[in-house]
Design a protein around this ligand. Structure first.
Ligand SMILES: Cc1ncc(COP(=O)(O)O)c(C=O)c1O
Length: 386
């Protein structure tokens, strides 16, 4: 394969080679069903137990508070649907305008099913309007769901404060922490969060495994009904390789947390500073003081993000415009629109999302290659005036 500079880690991450090593025995050697009575299956069950303990350690929770799922989307759906099912007299949910489609589009579906869904607006930096949130959460609200960190801007949301507001009105609080887990420290043992979603492929485990944390004492109704797996909270034979992988990834995330917040952050800051100083008419989208250490969302005004991505792709640079889920649509991202980013800037926005596998040399390469790409596209843009 040609040179690849991968700065699209909020879309998906490289499986850590140590994670890959850890799961290999579970394909052709230890392939028993963890629910089987025989020792062969029991062996597998013991590895699931170990994986659960590692994930619990990363989250600062009890292993019994974790339910494995197939992805972040399933975790989000399970949490919200459980809250609605268990509180049938409450017909309202409160979310933010910048949620991932896993929550936002579920919200639209719930409206079609007769629920009220209130989307709380954000300001120009993408910060949630807390006054509006306080007004909207009421005795009708079954659940408030606000993401811990945004996938497009990296913005971090005041989840503990929001949980407190939800609880004041007897509502549950769920957070989509798919982008936060592994990048910033989380300690659920001292938190007031009722439910939290995460996804393996965002923290160097493979795709196809996620988890939902449900705080002890919080009632939960399964979304996928079947066998007794996950203490009867999620039916279906366990995704053993996924669970073992997520355990190992959690262990490595804990070990590398400092690197995420020092080395990765330094690389991101340098990339952002150099691109915005070398290229005129750029702007950084998001709350610069309060965001994930790996994410930079930069608008290159008066050109199309898709065109930038195509030219960058020819040089092996893999980035993203908006979230991966909206690629293919030429509509500016709902997150940037909610922030009121002007049309000409929203269209030319690129998300760079780094990981601990990025190097100084790769950042140098992007810094060298990007200015001519932008220059070339602006020369042919009908909107660009020097
Ligand atoms: C914030 C957020 N929530 C949920 C998801 C969905 O996760 P999954 O791809 O595991 O379903 C993503 C994936 O991009 C995400 O970024």
């Amino acid at each position: 394969m040609n040179k690849v500079i991968y700065v699209d880690n909020n879309a998906s991450t490289q499986t850590d080679p140590e994670v890959f090593e850890a799961i290999k025995p579970f394909f052709c050697e230890m392939y028993g069903n963890p629910s089987s009575i025989h020792t062969f299956g029991g062996q597998v069950a013991s590895h699931i137990k170990k994986g659960r303990e590692s994930l619990a350690s990363l989250l600062g929770c009890e292993p019994t508070e974790i339910i494995y799922t197939s992805c972040g989307t399933e975790s989000d759906n399970s949490a919200i649907m459980s809250a609605l099912f268990l509180n049938p007299e409450r017909r309202k949910i409160v979310i933010s305008k910048v949620e991932h489609p896993a929550v936002k589009n579920l919200g639209s579906e719930l409206v079609r099913r007769g629920y009220r869904v209130e989307e709380i607006p954000v300001d120009a930096k993408g910060r949630i309007d807390m006054d509006k949130l306080k007004q909207e959460v009421d005795a009708e609200t079954a659940v408030v769901s606000v993401m811990w960190a945004n996938n497009e801007t990296g913005n971090i949301y005041p989840v503990h404060e929001i949980a407190e507001i939800a609880h004041l009105h007897g509502a549950l609080f769920h957070t989509d922490a798919v982008q936060a887990v592994g990048k910033i420290p989380i300690n659920l043992s001292r938190d007031n969060i009722d439910m939290l979603s995460l996804s393996g492929h965002k923290l160097h485990a493979p795709k196809g495994v996620g988890a939902l944390y449900v705080k002890r004492g919080v009632r939960f109704r399964p979304y996928i009904i079947g066998g007794h797996q996950e203490r009867s909270r999620r039916g279906g034979t366990e995704n053993v390789t996924g669970i073992v992988a997520l355990g190992k990834a959690a262990e490595l995330a804990q070990k590398n947390m400092k690197i995420e917040n020092t080395k990765v952050k330094e690389l991101r800051d340098r990339l952002e500073k150099e691109l915005t100083s070398r290229i005129p008419k750029t702007r950084v989208n998001g709350d610069i003081q309060n965001r994930l250490p790996n994410t930079a969302n930069i608008s290159f005004e008066f050109i199309e993000g898709e065109a930038i991505l195509l030219l960058a792709n020819q040089l092996g640079i893999c980035a993203s415009s908006g979230s991966a889920c909206t690629t293919g649509s030429l509509e500016p991202s709902h997150v940037l629109r909610a922030m009121g980013v002007p049309y000409t800037a929203a269209h030319g926005s690129i998300r760079f999302s780094l990981s601990r596998f990025n190097t100084d040399g790769e950042i140098d390469y992007i810094i060298e290659k990007f200015p001519p790409i932008i220059e070339r596209l602006r020369q042919i843009s009908p909107y660009w005036k020097e």
